[in-house]
Every structure is written in structure tokens, then in C-alpha cells.
Ligand binder design. Structure first.
Ligand code: ADP
Length: 446
């Protein structure tokens, strides 16, 4: 562990620390940020009402729109001259929002990334191939300084130019890869395409995040790159990557949230009421130690659940994988749907790749969903060996694939309760990101 004392702090001591820090942050925002003063006054909330972390639910939420309204510096608690760095969110859901850091905030950022990388399996002295985008986005630079703090050798490749990435992996023999899960798949496919055996690269761990992913993607990345792959989660408003991290020896049990700095809650998507541990809802964070731009109950819009793991090596709470964003939840003929539900079903077929897109259209009052999904590289190769070149036309006439299409359609209907039309695609037909995020949904109803 990077910071064993804190990572294994007993819960009662953690609560005490969180309470002290919450009181201080509430006091600061009330006195320094007019937005919060007005909001607290309007809602009749007094700073003195907040006596411990258990009172957190009395406080109002902060939403992305509030950040946009206060653009660029309305949330600052320090003069602009005290800022050490400014980042922006990647703007997946609209105009990017601005986040700012003091020198102390940057130290905190590096600390949580160093903790995360250690939990992912990284050690001082290892090389880290950082293929997250560098620039305004928090991913690249955030990981960079955290890795340096841990004592790693950083290769700041940034995203894109896959061929060069492979050459560098081969030449420098990095042990750790950081990128989005979809880009890790792209690298794995490229290795395969170029017939480069895993013995020529030296990767041991992949730290993947910035977009939702599933166990099937984990299996494919682990096999394709010869690594142990874990989840890193974060968002610019709270700090950037390193808000939470899955431990490499506790895979599949959730990601530790570094709750001495970021206090998590899961609340009902519609009412905002706090939900019990284990129930799924919107993830909300209060930054307990951030200096330049602290946020109270920031509504992430990400859907997951949180719970303590008594078997875990650390005491901090764990979050489940993100299912999607609350505003990404589709309503199809009255049924709630996240694209990851379809993905879980696709994953049961070895002939299919976890590369898919849901196309939603409406005819009259009827919603229609088409699932475009690619056949897997292995299946594609197998068929080619049989002399059966797979393209859009031959796929429709391939008997095996016709049966498989029907099977998947039935599975979707039985599990999700919605009839969807499955359309298989040949390999690499669905546009993939070069380091960016993948759009799984094309909603043509709007
Ligand atoms: P945005 O994409 O909202 O413009 P950011 O660049 O700060 O802003 O990205 C943060 C968002 O990315 C999170 O709120 C979440 O939706 C998504 N994200 C980050 N890490 C993960 C992860 N490990 N799993 C799922 N989603 C993630």
C-alpha cells in the first residue's frame, strides 16, 4: 500500500476525520463562494447545523449546470493568482467544465493516483506507459504526476498512433499500461494483427478507466496483453483519475474510494434521498480536502452502488462498476435500459466481440432498437481459414451466424424484456476511439 496508515484506518477514526474535514469545508465554501452562501441562505441551512459527517444529507447538491453557470471561476475559494493549474472535463455531455488546483491540490491529486497505481499492482522502479490523453483533460497529466510520486518511470505517450504505442511497448518494456479499456482493446488487436507475441512486450498490469467497461472486456484485455487489468475511476470535478481504484488482488469486488478525501453517497436518481449500502443510484461526492474548488455533494450522474468489503485489505468503502450515466439511461417502450445490460449478454457468445452500438429509432409511437455487434476476431479468422470471407453480405448468409443472431435476440428478449433486432457486423466495422471515449448509443428519436 502507498499509505497504509490511512488506507487501513479504522472506520470510527475515518468518520472522525471526515467530520472534522466536512465542518471545515462547509465553513470555507459558505464564507468564500457566493454561490454556496446564497444557496445555503435560500434553503435555510446554517453552517452550525452541520456537526458531523452524519449531517451531510442536510446539505444541497451541486450539479454540472451550476459549474456551467459559474464558468469559469465562480467556485474558487482562493485568488486566481494562487492557482497552480487549470484543467477541463472532457466534455462528454456538453460544454466542458473548468476545474482549478492549488499546489496543495496537486499534491493531493498525486497522492491518490499513487495509492491507486499501487493498488493496481504498480511499484516504484517500474515503467508506466501512459496512453491517456495529455492536455486539458485530467487523465494523462493526473496519472503522470501520481506515477512520478510513486517513483515510477513515466513514458508520456498520450493517446493515438497505435503503431507507435506498440513500438514503444516493445522497445521500452513497460510493465504498466494506463489507458481507456477500449484503447487497451485496440492495442491488443493491433498486436495480434502484427503477429507480435506477448513475449516481445513486458506488460504486467493495465489500469483502465474513463469509460464504463465489463468483465468480458477485462478477459479480452488480460488475454490480449498478458496483464492483470483493474479499474480506475475519477472525474475532473472531484480531482481527476484516482478517486477510486480496484485492487489487483481483489478483482471483481469493486474499487476502493479514497474516502479520507472524497466522501461518497449513493442517492435516488429522482428524489435525491440517500440509499442504503448495496443499492444502486446516483453517485455523489463531497470533496473533504480540496482547496481551490471544493464541491459539496457533487451529483456525478454516474449510476453504481457502494458497500464495505469486510474481506478487503483496506478499510475504505468500495464502489461497483459504473453502469452508465443517469442521463444515459434509455427508456425503450417504458422499460429502463442501460447499454451495459446488452453488453453483458453479448459477452456470453465467444463468436462475438464486445464492440457494439445500439441504434434507437421511433416509428409512430413505437421505439425500435437495433443492436449492431461485431463478430470476434477469432471467429473471423476461423472462418477465413475455412475460405469463408466474412463481410456484411456473407454474414447474412452464414448459417451459424443466423442461428447465433436468433439466439442473442431471444436472450435479450428473455433477460431485458425488449425485442431488439441484432445485426452482425464484420470485424472493426463499428467506429472505435483512438484513446477517446466510445459512443455505444445512437438515439435517433430526438
Ligand atoms: P466528462 O466525461 O463528464 O466530460 P471527465 O473527463 O471528468 O468528464 O470524465 C469523468 C466521467 O467519466 C465520470 O463521471 C464517468 O462517467 C466516466 N468514468 C471515469 N472513469 C470511469 C470508470 N472507471 N468506469 C466508468 N466510467 C468512468
Amino acid at each position: 500500500m502507498f499509505n497504509k496508515t490511512i488506507e487501513t484506518l479504522e472506520l470510527d477514526k475515518l468518520r472522525k476525520l471526515q467530520s472534522e474535514r466536512l465542518l471545515s469545508v462547509v465553513n470555507t465554501v459558505y464564507n468564500k463562494v457566493p454561490f454556496y452562501k446564497n444557496l445555503f441562505d435560500k434553503k435555510g441551512i446554517k453552517v452550525s447545523d452541520i456537526k458531523s459527517i452524519n449531517d451531510i444529507h442536510k446539505l444541497p447538491f451541486t450539479k454540472k449546470e451550476d459549474l456551467r453557470d459559474q464558468y469559469p471561476f465562480g467556485f474558487l475559494t482562493v485568488p486566481e493568482s494562487k492557482l497552480a493549474r487549470i484543467h477541463c472535463s472532457s466534455g462528454t455531455t456538453g460544454k466542458p467544465t473548468v476545474v482549478a488546483y492549488t499546489e496543495k491540490d496537486l499534491q493531493l491529486f498525486s497522492e491518490v493516483v499513487a495509492r491507486s497505481l499501487t493498488a493496481a499492482g504498480a511499484k516504484p522502479g517500474m515503467k508506466i506507459h501512459n496512453a491517456y490523453g495529455y492536455g486539458l483533460f485530467t487523465g494523462g497529466i493526473g496519472i503522470h504526476y501520481g506515477a512520478e510520486k510513486l517513483g515510477m518511470t513515466v513514458i508520456p505517450v498520450s493517446g493515438g498512433m497505435t503503431e507507435r504505442q506498440i513500438n514503444l511497448l516493445r522497445d521500452f518494456k513497460s510493465e504498466v499500461l494506463c489507458c481507456t479499456p477500449s484503447y487497451a482493446l485496440t492495442i491488443a488487436h493491433e498486436l495480434k494483427k502484427r503477429n507480435i507475441p506477448l513475449s516481445e512486450i513486458n506488460l504486467k498490469y493495465a489500469v483502465l478507466g474513463a469509460e464504463p467497461w465489463t468483465e468480458a472486456i477485462r478477459t479480452e484485455v488480460e488475454k490480449g496483453l498478458g496483464v492483470t487489468a483493474t479499474n480506475i475511476f475519477g472525474l475532473s470535478e472531484i480531482i481527476g483519475p484516482g478517486v477510486s481504484q480496484e485492487a489487483y488482488n481483489e478483482k471483481g469486488t469493486g474499487s476502493y474510494i479514497w474516502e479520507d478525501h472524497f466522501f461518497p453517497e449513493v442517492v435516488d436518481k429522482n428524489t435525491g434521498e440517500p440509499l442504503p449500502y448495496g443499492e444502486e443510484g446516483v453517485l455523489v461526492f463531497t470533496t473533504l480536502t480540496k482547496e481551490a474548488m471544493p464541491f459539496i455533494r457533487y451529483w456525478t450522474n454516474d449510476i453504481c452502488s457502494i458497500n464495505y468489503d469486510k474481506q478487503g485489505s483496506r478499510t475504505h468503502i468500495k464502489m461497483s462498476p459504473i453502469k452508465g450515466r443517469a442521463d444515459e439511461m434509455l427508456i425503450i417502450r417504458g422499460v429502463n435500459l442501460f447499454h451495459t445490460q446488452v453488453e453483458e449478454l453479448i459477452n456470453d457468445f465467444s463468436e462475438l466481440a464486445p464492440n457494439y452500438q445500439l441504434i434507437i429509432t421511433r416509428k409512430g409511437s413505437m421505439d425500435n432498437v437495433e443492436v449492431k455487434v461485431e463478430v470476434s476476431e477469432n471467429y473471423y479468422k476461423e472462418q477465413r481459414l475455412n475460405g469463408d470471407l466474412l463481410n456484411t453480405e456473407t454474414i447474412q448468409n452464414n448459417e451459424n451466424l443466423t442461428v447465433l443472431t436468433k439466439k442473442l435476440e431471444k436472450k435479450i428478449k428473455n433477460n431485458i424484456g425488449i425485442t431488439m433486432r441484432v445485426k452482425l457486423q464484420s470485424c472493426h466495422q463499428i467506429p472505435k476511439s483512438e484513446g477517446g471515449k466510445l459512443s455505444r448509443i445512437v438515439d435517433l428519436r430526438k
